[in-house]
Design a protein around this ligand. Structure first.
Ligand code: C2E
Ligand code: CA
Ligand code: CA
Length: 657
């Protein structure tokens, strides 16, 4: 009774714990497998059983006894053979079947062994035979509890089937020692059942936790290949997919690698915060998923860059896919109630013609993307071999730029900024020039990005500020100098000290130095930027917002930082977009500037009509070829002297160069 209840409780508890989900099924399979794994112990048990029963039958010389011994030996042989031939496999359906087979054999063998031992007692087979069989039966019953603890129902069933006949036989025989033996058996059963259930619990827990860790490891592996924001593959996921795809792609149809960069993501991210930025990425990802052919890999490569990898029929197919993507990404996105047209640029490389390994394809798509961005964004470009030359040129320039300062190939030119009321020179903007011994004059738009990429910009920037400060120190006190600062230069450690050193060396009052920064500086929140501006502003250095109107969010920055000047980008003054609308924008900015006590500079003034228009709109300062191009320092000094001689008013400067 006790055993039956215990077993029922256990069965229920195990059933509850095992439940019926996949994980429990796996645990159960492992446990059932444990029945079949130790074939040697099974074989030794069977061998013992056969020898013992045969010896006993030989000694006793009784027909029934011999028949029982033969039956026991047969069962032993059959189940040992089955254990060797039946193997548990991955198929879940085989588990209950295997368990049942084992259970059948185990119960038959145990019951038979118990019965055989009991027979020896009841038939008075003689003390040696009785000891031989009873000792073996009890040892077997105890041993089996440990061996089969993974399936407690079987273990305890076997133990009970061995022990109970011996107990009954002992009571029937009725002598005192055997009555004591019979009475001790239930106690042994309870103790062994408890041991079995403990072993089972420990076994089950460790198998279950091993299963959980395996599942977690698999999940981690999946997560490691996924981008958390968009759910697309991440860089590692792309590498993984590329590796596999490249193996297949070698002799099959062409594959296209499209490297896509969102054009105006940073502005949204900055204006509305990272959450809104994430929503843009999710929306872009959704649109991409809807457009690309089935079987493509789409990954978010970094920031606002996506890489798509798909089979194509040919170049025309890749081009039409890129066009569809570009058009779809141009559809306005509504983020936080505001509409944004994000747009994108795409670089494309095709396997096998542009390369057969992932690295080459990525590198070439990247080059094509650079070209697309340089050619005005919002378009797609295929890789072509001239782009590799671009890269080589850029590498060469990197190396040369490092030497240019030492070789004295760089100089600073100064472009006057004119007070539109008085017509006098208000200040000069310092613009760097590189006179290359072979390539001639190189413009900053060409080499500043290279300097930024290689980090040379920090040394270069400090050198430019020092030169500009020195020149300014020779000018009249009311004329100041403006220096352009690259965001990377500002974020470098010790950036403020570089500026201070330039001022100190030139002995220039801080208020005569103005630092021009662009909105791109504020794209990422950076403590370093805030500290830099706060520190130098406290010293008296002034700041100007450069290229105003080319981003989304200038007004927010204008409130946050102590700008003394706003430079309206030259696209508002000249170029295809000039019209009523830009006039209205300049007017609004000028209005705001006068309210906040800031100067408004119009850049790119080339004609008198533009000068008059921006003056009327409220700009206080102007800069452009109409007044003068950027000139070397001695000409700047000359311009100043000339102006003072002429007494300034209304002078229109025109310098050579
Ligand atoms: P920026 O700061 O907007 O500088 C003004 C640019 O407009 C200069 O080009 C200038 O020569 C040009 N410009 C001036 N007036 C006119 C005009 O009437 N019409 C036209 N079409 N252009 C005009 P530059 O010198 O080629 O410089 C280009 C950009 O390179 C600058 O734009 C600035 O962002 C960067 N840069 C120049 N010098 C430095 C420097 O020393 N350090 C850093 N970090 N960047 C620099
Ligand atoms: Ca500037
Ligand atoms: Ca500018």
């Amino acid at each position: 009774m006790l055993v039956a209840q215990h077993m029922k409780r256990m069965r229920n508890a195990v059933g509850r714990r095992l439940g019926d989900d996949a994980s429990n099924e796996r645990v159960k399979r492992t446990l059932v497998r444990s029945l079949y794994t130790q074939q040697t112990s099974l074989a030794i048990g069977a061998f013992n059983g056969i020898v013992v029963s045969m010896v006993a039958a030989y000694v006793v010389q009784d027909l029934l006894f011999t028949a029982a011994a033969i039956l026991l030996s047969l069962i032993a042989v059959v189940r040992t053979a089955l254990a060797f031939f039946l193997k548990i496999d991955g198929n879940e359906n085989s588990t209950p079947y295997l368990e049942f087979i084992y259970e059948l054999g185990a119960f038959a063998y145990s019951g038979m062994f118990g019965l055989f031992a009991a027979m020896s007692i009841v038939m008075h087979a003689g003390a040696p035979v009785e000891v031989l069989l009873v000792a073996h039966a009890l040892c077997y019953g105890a041993g089996i509890c440990a061996r089969n603890a993974g399936r407690p129902f079987i273990a305890m069933g076997q133990m009970a089937l061995v022990f109970l006949p011996v107990m009954v036989g002992s009571f029937i025989e009725g002598s005192l020692p055997l009555i004591v033996l019979g009475a001790s058996i239930p106690l042994a059963i309870v103790a062994l059942a408890s041991i079995t259930s403990n072993v089972f619990r420990t076994l089950h827990q460790s198998i279950a936790s091993a299963d959980t860790s395996r599942k977690l490891a698999a999940k981690m592996e999946r997560l490691a290949l996924k981008d958390v924001v968009t759910g697309l593959a991440n860089r590692a996921g792309l590498d993984h997919a590329l590796e596999q795809a490249m193996v297949v792609a070698r002799d099959e149809q062409p594959v296209a690698l499209l490297w896509l960069d969102l054009d105006r993501f940073k502005e949204v991210n900055d204006l509305l915060g990272h959450r809104a930025g994430d929503r843009v990425l999710v929306e872009a990802a959704k649109r991409l998923v809807n457009i690309v052919p089935a079987g493509s890999t789409i990954s978010r490569f970094a920031g606002d860059e996506f890489v798509i990898f798909c089979k194509v029929v040919g170049r025309a197919h890749a081009r039409s896919l890129a066009t569809r993507i570009l058009n779809d990404l141009l559809r306005p996105m509504k983020i936080d109630g505001e509409r944004f047209e994000i747009g994108a640029s795409i670089g494309i490389s095709i396997a096998p013609e542009d390369g057969t390994d992932a690295e080459t394809l990525l590198q070439r798509a990247d080059l094509a993307l650079h070209r697309a961005k340089r050619e005005g964004r919002g378009c797609s470009r295929f890789f072509d071999s001239s782009m590799t030359c671009d890269l080589a040129e850029r590498r060469e320039m990197e190396a040369e730029l490092r030497l240019a300062i030492q070789r004295d190939e760089l100089s600073i030119f100064f472009q006057p900024i004119i007070d539109l009321k008085s017509g006098r020179i208000h200040s000069f903007e310092a613009l760097v020039r590189w006179f290359h011994p072979e390539k001639g004059e190189l413009l900053p738009d060409l080499f500043i990005p290279v300097a930024e990429k290689t980090g040379v910009i920090v040394t270069l920037g400090n050198w430019i500020t020092a030169q500009a400060a020195k020149a300014c120190a020779t000018w009249p006190d009311d004329v100041s100098v403006a220096v352009n600062l690259s965001p990377l230069q500002i974020k470098a450690p010790g950036a403020a000290l570089g500026i201070e050193a330039a001022l100190g060396d030139a002995n220039l009052a801080p208020h005569r130095l103005e630092l021009e920064v662009t909105e791109s500086l504020f794209v990422e929140d950076s403590e370093a930027t805030d500290r830099f501006i706060e520190y130098l502003a406290a010293k008296g250095v002034r700041f100007a917002m450069d290229d105003f109107g080319t981003g989304y969010s200038s007004l927010a920055y204008i409130n946050k930082y102590p700008f003394s000047k706003i430079k309206v980008d030259r696209s508002f003054v000249s170029g295809p977009d000039v019209g009523k609308k830009t006039g209205a924008i300049i007017r609004a900015v000028a209005e705001m500037g006068s309210q906040l006590g800031m100067e408004i500079v119009a850049e790119g003034l080339e004609e008198v009509a533009q000068v008059n228009a921006v003056r009327e709109a409220g700009c206080t300062l102007g800069q452009g070829y109409y007044f003068s191009r950027a000139v070397p320092d001695y000409l700047a000094t000359l311009l100043l002297a000339q102006e003072r001689e002429d007494n300034g008013i209304g002078v229109r400067l025109r310098a050579s160069g």
